[in-house]
Ligand binder design. Structure first.
Ligand SMILES: C[S@@+](CC[C@H](N)C(=O)[O-])C[C@H]1O[C@@H](n2cnc3c(N)ncnc32)[C@H](O)[C@@H]1O
Length: 250
């Protein structure tokens, strides 16, 4: 878990204000205030504030760390991920129609961010049953306030297990974007290479840049989501893409 890092996972407080800078491969690329752009939903800012406040309260009640049978639950920073997704969607506008997977979805917050704030189709898979139940409870509370259409899907099981997707009328190859917060990501990258859709993106959120390379996955870019990319050390969103093959399969 979090292999290759010398220190433990860095938890960034969800209440941190949205930042204005972003760096891609070390180069400052963007200044941004709040949420904007064609890819955002109407009322995205209000929804975002609600989600941040909701999970701030959850974090205070339940804490932000748990060991699971297959890894560690540490939620990502909604603020930073929102920043990274805003960039991703502005760079790849076609992604608005994509199907997203949060592989290892914990309490579901990434799935809700994608669905409720960005209006994307999103699925989460979490192995830990208690976390899955917590995510379902969160979904009921959040969608009561902000119904999503279509609503996100939350599955309990192993994200490496193809039968899990099949049993819910899906295939791993259906996902255009596979997101993971550094939990069993090497096996997941292998699954993207083996079973992923043509040109599928693999987004790896990490406290530090890992610089990892995966065969058959193109290393597209590495975004530093920190407020001061020149001096800060993360978190990072590393973007990979499954290399399309001429035959249509890898
Ligand atoms: C670091 S947490 C991230 C949670 C969430 N994605 C987020 O960013 O807030 C990683 C989660 O992945 C889950 N996980 C790890 N390996 C898994 C697997 N093979 N199948 C399903 N869930 C897995 C862990 O149980 C843990 O809850």
């Amino acid at each position: 878990m979090f292999g290759g890092y010398t220190s433990g996972p860095r938890v960034v407080a969800a209440e941190t204000a949205p930042e204005e800078t972003l760096a891609e491969n070390g180069k400052i690329i963007r200044r941004r205030r709040g949420l904007s752009g064609d890819f955002m939903m109407d009322g995205a800012e209000t929804r975002s504030h609600f989600l941040h406040a909701y999970f701030r309260e959850q974090d205070q009640k339940r804490g932000v760390y748990a060991v699971t049978a297959v890894g560690e639950f540490v939620p990502c920073s909604l603020t930073y991920l929102e920043h990274g997704m805003t960039h991703f969607l502005s760079r790849y506008p076609a992604a608005r129609k994509f199907l997203f997977l949060d592989a290892g979805s914990g309490d579901g917050r990434v799935v809700f961010l994608l669905s409720v704030v960005f209006g994307l189709r999103a699925v989460g898979v979490e192995y830990d049953e208690q976390l899955h139940v917590r995510a379902m409870d969160n979904m009921a509370s959040i969608l009561r306030r902000y119904p999503a259409s279509p609503p996100p899907t939350l599955l309990c099981g192993d994200f490496l297990d193809e039968s899990l997707y099949r049993n819910h009328g899906l295939r791993f190859a259906d996902f255009h974007v596979v997101f993971n917060y550094a939990n069993n990501h090497t096996q997941l990258a292998e699954k993207v290479m083996r079973d992923g859709g043509q040109g599928a993106y693999f987004l790896l959120y990490t406290p530090r840049p890992t610089g990892e390379r995966f065969p058959s996955l193109q290393d597209v870019s590495s975004l530093c989501l920190a407020p001061e990319p020149r001096t800060a050390t993360g978190p990072y969103l590393q973007i990979y893409r499954r290399v399309p093959t001429e035959s249509g399969s890898a």
